[in-house]
Write a protein that binds this ligand. Structure first.
Ligand code: COA
Ligand code: MG
Length: 286
């Protein structure tokens, strides 16, 4: 296996069950910025060994999405076997499900030679109390995402939704804590899965809302979701133009604390936001 860097901060992270060669071929040919070969929940226990063999046999690629592997959670027997695979695989990074705190990341980093880690940080009950613990300068943590399915199972919920059909408060809380925890840790905040993969309009609305709030990418479970997610997390031409105007205004007056750009007040928080938009600007749009 060989990984290839397409973007430093992937917008779309496409899951693919690692026991399906057909889906793997489709995923690595897609426009996803990153693919996540899943060895955890989407692969039945008696298929995991076969899935690892499939990953081992994947021929190297020099173009296309980053390659990540979702291993099984810390403490499981499969976790240990997955680590043997990771030790011999040339992948961009590992995705750790059911992460409970920053200590899990340090432990995993010791075992994987510090390759980048994307942690799914809201899947257990205890995890919700530890979202600030990922802030560790020694950590190879690159991204944090949140998950509602495993959390609702862990909490004994019969549904993730309230009576109006919206995510219930507990899951909104998990999502916001993931966002703030990732910002505090200085890593990429990645929004969770939109499960109804035939509802492109619903996905677009959810991804755009996530982008407005500060997430810079989103998990995907189906190739049809990739283009919608990439578009939602690519700054528009108008946003880029506005960001450039703000940065240029401060470049021209480096000593200024507050300025007027396009008839509006801009100060330091606007400058930081503008720089972030420019950092996320891509030459190719897909
Ligand atoms: N990656 C790559 N290819 C995928 C894919 C994925 N995540 N999901 C579907 N495809 C392929 C299908 O194999 C199918 O290929 P074909 O046209 O050659 O037959 C094509 O895309 C259309 O798929 P579709 O028929 O719409 O969906 P499906 O019923 O085959 O699959 C799921 C639905 C949910 C089972 C499938 O999307 C999937 O496995 N998603 C990933 C699940 C996962 O990894 N979960 C863990 C994280 S929550
Ligand atoms: Mg899961």
């Amino acid at each position: 296996m060989t990984a290839e860097v397409r973007h430093s901060e992937p917008r779309s992270w496409l899951f693919v069950p690692a026991d399906s060669e057909k889906k793997i071929a489709k995923a690595i040919d897609s426009n996803a910025d990153a693919v996540i070969f899943d060895l955890e929940d989407s692969v039945a226990a008696d298929r995991k060994a076969q899935a690892r063999e499939i990953l081992k046999a994947l021929p190297a690629r020099s173009t296309g999405p980053q390659w990540w592997v979702r291993i099984n959670p810390i403490g499981s027997d499969d976790h240990k076997t997955d680590l043997e695979l990771i030790a011999n695989a040339d992948v961009h990074g590992v995705v750790l499900p059911k992460a409970e705190s920053g200590a899990d990341i340090i432990q995993l980093a010791h075992r994987t030679g510090n390759i980048p880690i994307h942690a799914i940080v809201t899947e257990t009950a205890a995890s919700l109390f530890n979202l600030l613990s990922y802030r560790d300068p020694r950590s190879p943590l690159a991204a944090m995402s949140w998950g509602a399915e495993d959390l609702s199972a862990a909490l004994g919920a019969s549904s993730k939704y309230d009576e109006s059909g919206e995510l219930a408060f507990t899951y909104k809380l998990a999502r916001s804590l993931c966002l703030a925890g990732a910002a505090a840790a200085g890593v990429q905040p990645v929004d969770g899965v939109f499960a109804d993969f035939r509802d492109g309009e619903g996905l677009r609305a959810e991804a755009e809302a996530a982008a407005r709030e500060g997430f810079t990418g989103k998990l995907a479970i189906h190739p049809a979701q990739v283009a919608v997610i990439n578009a939602a997390f690519t700054p528009s031409a108008a946003e880029v133009e506005h960001a450039r105007a703000i940065v240029e205004a401060f470049d021209c007056q480096p000593g200024a604390g507050v300025l007027s750009v396009g008839g509006r007040m801009v100060d330091r928080p606007h400058l930081l936001a503008a720089r972030r938009v420019l950092a996320r600007t891509r030459e190719e749009k897909s």
